[in-house]
Design a protein around this ligand. Structure first.
Ligand SMILES: [Zn+2]
Length: 237
């Protein structure tokens, strides 16, 4: 039985160590992946803003063209005005002039709007570019660290995983299942073993059935705590 306790101890240590390493093997790379996604989103947004900028520039060019056309038209009307003799013609021309002036005003305010949007767009573009560059730099640094740790710890991680599997095989199936539950749960805080103390489970402090305590003391069979599920062992004084 004492060698069984040894196996339990080794397994317990391995599980603890694996949890520690897992952070570097699984969680850190995942965090890095999330940040990469974040970077990708910023880059997409930059592309979008760039496209918007092209559209705005096209719109502005069109407005400038319309403005030019209407200004020429206004000049023409003003020249015609000098030659008008009849009142009816004068009124018609006056209406045209009024209409064209209103159009020019509208176009001018449209132009202003577009210019403001272009400026806002440019600012946002600069902001995002800075954000992207910062994030890119940070990511590069983090990626190096993550990879360094991976390289350092992956062989150890694999070796421990292999050893864990071997150790698991030394336990009967029902115990093995319970152990896996403990291993995957956070609530045990990596403490998979509990000493029997004064008839209680040393971890959860619940009273154990006396029959079970006696059996554990004899050391013929492995028992788990009916309350917290930990492996129970008897320590000879
Ligand atoms: Zn317990």
């Amino acid at each position: 039985m004492s060698d069984k306790i040894e196996v339990m101890r080794e397994l317990s240590d391995i599980i603890k160590e694996l949890k520690r390493i897992k952070y570097y093997i699984e969680e850190k790379p995942r965090e890095l992946e999330d940040k990469k996604q974040e970077l990708k989103k910023i880059e997409d947004r930059i592309d979008e803003i760039d496209e918007e900028h092209e559209e705005l520039k096209k719109d502005l060019a069109q407005i400038e063209m319309d403005l030019e056309e209407n200004r020429l038209q206004l000049k023409k009307y003003n020249n015609q005005m000098l030659l008008v003799k009849k009142e009816k013609e004068y009124n018609a021309l006056n209406n045209e002039i009024y209409y064209t002036k209103t159009k020019i005003e509208n176009l001018n305010s449209q132009k202003k709007e577009k210019q403001i949007k272009i400026e806002e767009n440019r600012k946002k573009f600069e902001e995002l570019k800075n954000e992207r560059n910062d994030l890119k730099e940070k990511l590069k640094e983090q990626e190096e660290k993550v990879n360094e740790k991976l390289e350092e710890l992956k062989p150890k991680y694999d070796k421990l995983q292999k050893r864990k599997k071997e150790l698991y095989k030394k336990f009967p199936q029902d115990i093995r299942n319970k152990l896996k539950g403990i291993e995957n749960s956070e609530k045990y805080q990596n403490r998979i073993m509990a000493k029997v103390n004064k008839g209680m489970c040393g971890a959860c402090k619940m009273n154990l059935p006396p029959q079970m305590v006696a059996e554990i003391r004899k050391g013929n069979k492995i028992y788990t705590c009916p309350y917290c599920g930990r492996l129970l062992f008897w320590e000879q004084k």
